[in-house]
Design a protein around this ligand. Structure first.
Ligand SMILES: *[C@@H]1O[C@H](CO)[C@@H](O)[C@H](O)[C@H]1NC(C)=O
Ligand SMILES: *[C@@H]1O[C@H](CO)[C@@H](O)[C@H](O)[C@H]1NC(C)=O
Ligand SMILES: *[C@@H]1O[C@H](CO)[C@@H](O)[C@H](O)[C@H]1NC(C)=O
Ligand SMILES: [Cu+2]
Length: 253
């Protein structure tokens, strides 16, 4: 096996380059990448660029993402399935990956995401030896991810939902409005007999502020020794943050 460069050094080298940016264009269901790019993920017009205004409705499904619901197909899944997203091209900045879900009142194609969002997944700091030296500085489980997977809770009631991927880059987050948000929404129709009540929930926009924990960080990213992601507690209650990527990583450029 080739020697792995230390995560810290390589992450530092990537932080000022635009190819480090990304979006999410396909879903993964039980390990299979599904369909064409933007077939089940709402097409937005922001390319690989980020959002930085947490007070904008663009935070829901990215720029123009509320307009493309009718042009996006809805994929049937079962509560309890393993779902995922493809990351185009790679998660190239330090920060967490999160997933939120919001039930559509009727057809998800018509849903504007103004309802309640529960958080079902956070992939945050890496705590295994593979991530680098034990210097106490936060290392990222998202580093260079090209895909990631997570469980769709078994308790989730049947219905149509927006499933929102949110990657946050924190390499400039020591400054107000320096955090970068990479966002896209998939449309899924959930089958099953779940009777859970997703929560606690938040709204987009509304809950995140420019100075929320995890959005404005107290020191530069390369010095932080702990990290707390923004947003509510994970649902179902008791779900823990993930610290190991379940997915594919870009090995080299
Ligand atoms: C939706 O698809 C139609 C027909 O292909 C196209 O004319 C329209 O621009 C698309 N709208 C969006 C928001 O993608
Ligand atoms: C945090 O941001 C909110 C909204 O932008 C503002 O009302 C509040 O005063 C800020 N708090 C601090 C401690 O700066
Ligand atoms: C680290 O933990 C402290 C104390 O809980 C908190 O104030 C700070 O915001 C955390 N740092 C990050 C980057 O989340
Ligand atoms: Cu960048």
């Amino acid at each position: 096996m080739k020697g792995l460069p230390t995560i810290l050094a390589v992450t530092a080298a990537l932080t000022s380059t635009t190819y480090a940016h990304w979006t999410y264009d396909r879903i993964i269901v039980n390990g299979q990448i599904i369909g064409e790019p933007w077939q089940y993920v709402r097409r937005h017009s922001n390319g690989n660029n980020f959002l930085s205004d947490v007070t904008s409705a663009d935070m829901r499904c990215n720029i123009d993402g509320l307009l493309s619901g009718a042009n996006t197909s809805t994929y049937p899944v079962n509560a309890g399935d393993k779902l995922g997203f493809t990351i185009k091209d790679t998660f190239g900045h330090p920060g967490p990956q999160q997933v939120y879900i919001s039930k559509a009142p009727a057809d998800v194609k018509d849903y504007d995401g103004s309802g309640d969002w529960a958080k079902i997944y956070t992939l945050s700091d890496c705590r295994t030896k593979d991530c680098g030296t034990g210097d106490g500085i936060v290392k990222w489980a998202t580093y260079r991810a090209q895909t990631f997977n997570f469980a769709l809770p078994r308790e989730l009631p049947a219905g149509e939902y927006l499933l929102r991927a949110e990657g946050i880059a924190i390499h400039a987050a020591q400054k107000s409005r320096g955090a970068q948000f990479y966002v896209a929404c998939a449309q899924i129709k959930v089958e099953g007999s779940g009777t859970g009540m997703p929560g606690p929930t938040i709204k987009f926009p509304g809950s995140y502020t420019s100075n929320s924990t995890g959005i404005l960080i107290p020191q530069i990213w390369s010095q932080i020794t702990n990290y707390t992601s923004p947003g509510p507690k994970l649902w179902p209650e008791g779900t823990e943050e993930a610290h190991v990527l379940d997915g594919k990583v870009k090995q080299s450029d």
